[in-house]
Design a protein around this ligand. Structure first.
Ligand code: FE2
Ligand code: FE2
Length: 242
């Protein structure tokens, strides 16, 4: 299904509820009544084209209009990616953590396994936080600086230095996959935890992990396939301008 602006947002959510956190990232909270996407975007001053492109890309993995997505300002992409980080760090990760703690304490898992699960997850969170902090503190600001330089036609000496010492290709090479460990964690729960009389917490954790993994895959796809080529083009233009 291709999502268009004339469709009611509530109908889209009934069709694909995985989109709830994605629309939330744009500042749309539940409780929007019967309004269409166009109406909501207008009211909230959201760029309709960008919104539709992102939710279609998330909804349908076959739909990934690289060129079209690259046509949006880098600042718009960065803003979206930052909000996604907030959602992972402030909502999803603590939620899974609290479920893992409940499981470790409540279901008679032996101490060793409980500790292993907690430790594994802690390591994941540390790895993930380092990954996002680097993007937020180094990579995204660099991209915004490039965009500002292109707009103003002024390239500061410090930006010249940065472009010289660091290019987005370095980021691309180092951009590690933060989803791998989630796959391992799912496998521990699916394959190796001793059977328990009640699986409901485990189902909930798995459901969250699958949702987080899907969201992260989409996030990384935008970073690798949209942001990086866009920034490469910006660097190229700036380097060849003078
Ligand atoms: Fe990111
Ligand atoms: Fe990333």
């Amino acid at each position: 299904m291709h999502i268009e602006g004339t469709i009611k947002l509530a109908d889209i959510i009934h069709h694909d509820h995985d989109l709830i956190p994605v629309i939330n990232r744009f500042g749309i909270q539940l409780g929007f009544g019967d309004q269409t996407i166009e109406e909501i975007c207008e009211q909230k001053e959201i760029n309709l084209e960008f919104f539709l492109t992102i939710i279609n890309a998330f909804h349908d993995p076959q739909y990934f209009p690289k060129k079209h997505l690259q046509s949006f300002p880098a600042s718009m992409l960065v803003d979206y990616l930052r909000k996604a980080h907030q959602y992972y760090l402030k909502d999803m990760i603590p939620e899974v953590e609290s479920l893992i703690n409940q499981m470790a304490e409540g279901e008679g898992l032996n101490k060793e396994i409980s500790l292993m699960m907690k430790k594994f997850y802690e390591e994941y969170v540390t790895e993930f936080s380092t990954h996002t902090a680097r993007e937020e503190n180094e990579v995204y600001p660099y991209i915004l600086e490039l965009e500002a330089a292109l707009e103003s036609n002024v390239v500061s000496d410090s930006l010249k230095d940065k472009m010289h010492n660091y290019s987005i290709t370095d980021y691309e090479l180092e951009h590690d996959n933060v989803e791998d460990k989630l796959y391992d964690l799912k496998n521990i729960i699916i394959k190796y935890l001793p059977a328990s009389p009640s699986d409901s917490l485990r189902f909930q954790i798995l459901k969250d992990l699958f949702a987080l993994e899907k969201d992260l895959n989409e996030h990384a796809r935008i970073e690798d396939m949209i942001l990086v080529p866009k920034v490469e083009a910006m660097e190229y233009t700036l380097k060849n301008r003078k």
